[in-house]
Design a protein around this ligand. Structure first.
Ligand code: SAM
Length: 232
């Protein structure tokens, strides 16, 4: 099981430093160089990011909050958090290419780099203590048990909130996946796992976190359950 997890992780690193980087960097941008599926993933993902920003703005003074964005990708969340005036934003990703792109975009946007950190690290190795820990659309690359362990670890980094999103297990999605349409097209290069929400919720509960609110975001080819947990 552990060896399988390591092998899968090695594949994920390779993918997100190579073709995956090219693909997702385009999806998470304004580039017109995307196909219809990728455009829909962009639209769906933006809904997730917008909800997170809304929830965070609603829940208090951002300038007093420290954030950990685990699996930050190209900074789709880290950058707006920094521009909202977050006390600190720790952006990290298992892919060096992704982290470099996050830094590049932050510099380009003229953000205060003194309040941001950029680290190449898998989220399991992250250490520290943050007001809010966020991990969006990362668990899709891992099986249920690995994802649950990740949730437990992320809880241990958070003083107040954990916000995660993942593709939820539903009979319909399970069927789509079985017939291979979940990530269609020539750029289908990573495994994608759909996860049982009950397992994710129980993992957080074991660490003293409970569901505060949740939202399902959808677009064609994008399906993501967003959950905000709060510490008891
Ligand atoms: N969270 C970002 C967002 O929503 O814009 C990026 C989502 S992207 C689909 C998935 C990201 O997870 C990739 O950048 C990938 O390198 C990263 N990733 C995958 N496994 C990871 C791990 N174990 N630790 C940290 N990052 C990971």
């Amino acid at each position: 099981q552990n060896q399988l997890k390591q092998a899968e992780k090695a594949d994920v690193v390779k993918y997100f430093n190579g073709t995956g980087f090219e693909r997702w960097n385009r999806i998470y941008s304004n580039s017109d160089d995307v196909n219809k599926v990728q455009r829909n993933i962009r639209i769906g993902h933006q809904k997730t990011v917008d909800d997170v920003l809304l929830w965070i703005k609603e829940s208090g003074r951002v300038s007093e909050m420290s954030f950990c964005d685990a699996g930050c990708g190209v900074g789709s969340l880290s950058l707006p958090l920094a521009s909202l005036g977050a006390a600190s934003v720790a952006a990290s990703d298992i892919s060096q290419a992704m982290v470099e792109e996050t830094r590049r975009r932050a510099e380009l946007a003229g953000l205060d780099l003194d309040r941001m950190t950029f680290n190449t690290s898998d989220l399991e190795s992250l250490r520290g203590s943050f007001h809010t820990v966020v991990c969006l659309d990362v668990f899709i690359h891992y099986q249920q048990k690995a994802a649950e362990e990740m949730v437990e670890h992320l809880c241990s980094l958070s003083r107040e909130k954990l916000i995660v999103s993942f593709a939820p297990y539903t009979p319909f999605l399970a069927l789509l996946k079985t017939i291979g349409q979940f990530f269609p097209g020539p750029s289908k290069t990573t495994r994608a796992y759909i996860l049982r929400e009950s397992g994710i919720v129980d993992a957080a509960k074991r660490k003293g976190f409970n569901v505060f609110r949740r939202k399902l975001n959808q677009a064609p080819f994008y399906f993501s359950q967003l959950i905000e947990f709060r510490k008891n």
